[in-house]
Design a protein around this ligand. Structure first.
Ligand SMILES: [Zn+2]
Length: 246
């Protein structure tokens, strides 16, 4: 090998090494972008958010029901009190001796019976409402605490996801800057050759020769090709077509 040949070979090797470095960076960049795009956590978090919102809405509705029930119950209790007072008044009148008229006494007795019947019915209604109120309270107690726990877990998960995403995005930004810088250091002709090859072969357009085989497809690189490389020529893998870095 004459000195001129050696320097040409050295120049090619340096260019190819830089291309290799560029490709490593591009592969890292591609992998990070893939991680960012295929992460299912964002969709999971969205589903959990929707579920929590629906749950909160149900709790809100039940609390409204509880308020309505309390109002209804207060009204009913007031009415029962009125009926009870009325019954006592009638009772007082009946036994006061104010009147001995049987017809009148009979009428008072009838009014008393009607009032007592109505009071019993209204008290039954109030008891039914109280039962509903207790059930509602139990439901709210159980579901409010589980809702709070789920919400706290969701917030923590969301914060973790955001931190992870931001870290990954930062890494991508740095890699993108470094990649562009590296591209600027490569001889334009070589870079355009590599870019054209990438259109055909994907990001991995350059391969190393490792122990006589192509690192891209692991098939043997004939020694005659390696000799051509030493003579300052670009060589390509005969099976996968990648540019080879001897
Ligand atoms: Zn190959």
């Amino acid at each position: 090998m004459n000195p001129g040949m050696y320097s040409k070979y050295g120049g090619i090797m340096m260019g190819l090494s830089k291309l290799w470095e560029l490709q490593e960076m591009q592969l890292r960049l591609q992998e990070r972008q893939r991680q960012l795009q295929t992460c299912s956590l964002a969709r999971e978090l969205k589903r959990e958010k929707d579920r929590l919102e629906a749950c909160q809405e149900t709790i809100r509705e039940k609390m409204q029901q509880q308020e309505d029930l309390a109002r209804q119950l207060a009204g009913l209790e007031g009415y029962c009190q009125q009926l009870s007072t009325r019954r006592k008044q009638l009772e007082g009148k009946l036994y006061s001796g104010e009147t001995n008229n049987p017809k009148e006494l009979n009428s008072i007795q009838q009014k008393m019976d009607t009032t007592a019947g109505e009071l019993a019915r209204e008290e039954d209604k109030a008891m039914e409402l109280q039962l509903q109120q207790e059930q509602l309270e139990g439901w709210l107690k159980e579901n409010t605490s589980s809702f709070r726990a789920a919400k706290a877990a969701y917030r923590e998960k969301l914060a973790q996801y955001r931190t992870w995403r931001e870290g990954l995005q930062q890494e991508i930004d740095v890699l993108a800057v470094n990649t562009a810088q590296m591209e600027g250091e490569i001889e334009p002709g070589l870079l355009s050759l590599y870019t054209t090859l990438q259109h055909r072969l994907g990001v991995m357009a350059i391969a190393r020769v490792v122990k006589g085989t192509c690192s891209g497809c692991h098939l043997v690189v004939p020694p005659v090709l390696l000799r051509e490389a030493r003579n300052g020529k670009f060589i390509y893998c005969e099976s996968c077509g990648r540019l080879l870095l001897p």
